[in-house]
Design a binder for this molecule. Structure first.
Ligand code: FAD
Ligand code: UDP
Length: 365
């Protein structure tokens, strides 16, 4: 065999594994079906602006070990994510906090906000939320649910809020303080110079072949390495033999505007059902850019079908049990290891992807 490892996918998971393997003296061949490295964290500079080509990426973690790890490959700026939610012509701060409640109800104190929420859900008697709708209502009451959650979530996931798992909404902090930080994590920022450079550094010393689909060249590629790390879709790997897992895809409509500042914030969510896109990203604000022009991306969410880019696994009961069947199959493989967001069908953030790649390295290397 020419290489110790064949790594399928030059995203964050594959790149961390390649880096650690190289440190242990292993040789790696990385194959990537796209024409560039970095997977969904790929950023590209356009007129001095780092454009997040596959959606806005904000690095955040509570794990010091992971923060120190990424800081070896980039310097991070002081960006704190504070999206704005727009419902018709009303603007609210996110995540749900006293600024949101004060604007919604004209109140001032946490006690007033808590009382309004309690009154709005008193008749529902939710003790153990069974789905996203019940979870959201029990946390923030009817008004916030109707204006800021229901429409956005149904656009984003293409499903009724009653058919979605509660954990999706629990990703967002809920606070009764005046604090617009979208994350509770201790560490947060955007890598200066973009994410692609981090992956470039991680992949130094590995051989990378772009525009190479592993599944289309399996026989030839399998013959080149002892072991395979696969970060593509697990159901596709098995030719969907047990059924097709559902994903959400996103279409990005990106344009450059001849003005310095379009929306005054990096992220504005459009939470009403009638606006077809979920949010508009203005990329320069992630890096406090002062360029004369600006670049914005509208995000349109859609159901994934074969041939589309899979972005979000839809972790409901049906898909999770199908995934469990694929996972059992995967565990019987002797030379193939599945990982990353698609290989493990998990709604993983970047820090979790790095942590799981490092765990694999500890077991494997
Ligand atoms: P990927 O980045 O998907 O990489 C997998 C790679 O494998 C891809 O490049 C793919 O082309 C390649 N591949 C697949 N099949 C094959 C094949 N057969 N042959 C060859 N190559 C193949 N996380 C955060 O922490 N903060 C955020 O703000 C954030 N925002 C996000 C916004 C969006 C819209 C999305 C979709 C995700 C976001 N994430 C965010 C999550 C983040 O993108 C992931 O955690 C991370 O990119 C996962 O890395 P990965 O290597 O597992 O997968
Ligand atoms: N969400 C919402 N309204 C918003 C923002 C988010 O209802 O304005 C919900 C929506 O269901 C979304 C979930 O909260 O899927 C998690 O949001 P997050 O910003 O973490 O989504 P991601 O970054 O994964 O796109």
């Amino acid at each position: 065999m020419k290489y110790d490892y064949l790594i399928v996918g030059a995203g964050l998971f594959g790149a961390v594994f390649a880096h650690e393997a190289k440190k242990k003296g292993k040789t790696c061949l990385v194959v990537e079906k796209r024409g560039h490295i970095a997977g969904n964290i790929y950023t590209e500079e356009v007129h001095g602006i780092q454009v997040h080509r596959y959606g806005a990426h904000i690095f955040h973690t509570s794990e010091k070990r992971i923060w120190e790890y990424v800081n070896r490959f980039a310097e991070f700026n002081q960006y704190i994510n504070s999206p704005i939610a727009r419902w018709r012509d009303e603007l609210y701060n996110l995540p749900f906090n006293m600024n949101t409640f004060s604007k919604m109800w004209g109140i001032v104190t946490p006690e007033e906000a808590q009382k309004i929420i309690a009154d709005q859900i008193a008749d529902l008697h939710i003790t153990k939320p069974r789905n996203l709708e019940e979870q959201a209502l029990s946390l923030v009451g009817r008004d916030v649910y109707e204006k800021l959650i229901k429409g956005y979530t149904e656009k984003q996931w293409g499903r009724d809020c009653r058919d979605l798992p509660a954990f999706i909404i629990k990703r967002l902090p809920l606070r009764f303080t005046y604090d617009n930080n979208y994350f509770n994590d201790r560490y947060q920022g955007i890598p200066m110079g973009g994410y692609t450079r981090i992956v470039e550094k991680l992949l130094e010393g590995a051989e990378v072949r772009l525009n190479t689909d592993y599944l289309a060249n399996r026989a030839e590629l399998d013959g080149q390495a002892d072991r395979v790390i696969y970060t593509g879709m697990i159901d596709q790997f098995y030719d969907y033999c047990l059924g097709v897992l559902e994903y959400r895809s996103v279409r990005f409509e990106t344009e450059e505007l001849e003005q310095e500042n379009y929306q005054g914030n990096a992220v504005v969510n459009y939470t009403e059902r009638e606006v077809p896109y979920t949010r508009i990203i203005e990329h320069k604000h992630f890096e406090f850019g002062k360029q004369p022009t600006t670049i914005i991306s509208r995000e349109y969410s859609s159901e994934w079908k074969k041939g589309d880019e899979p972005y979000y696994p839809v972790n409901n009961e049906k898909n999770d049990s199908l995934y469990a069947e694929y996972k059992a199959k995967a565990e019987s493989e002797s030379r193939i290891i599945f990982g990353g967001r698609l290989g493990s069908y998990r709604y993983y953030d970047m820090d979790k992807v790095i942590a799981s790649a490092l765990e694999l390295c500890e077991r494997e290397l």
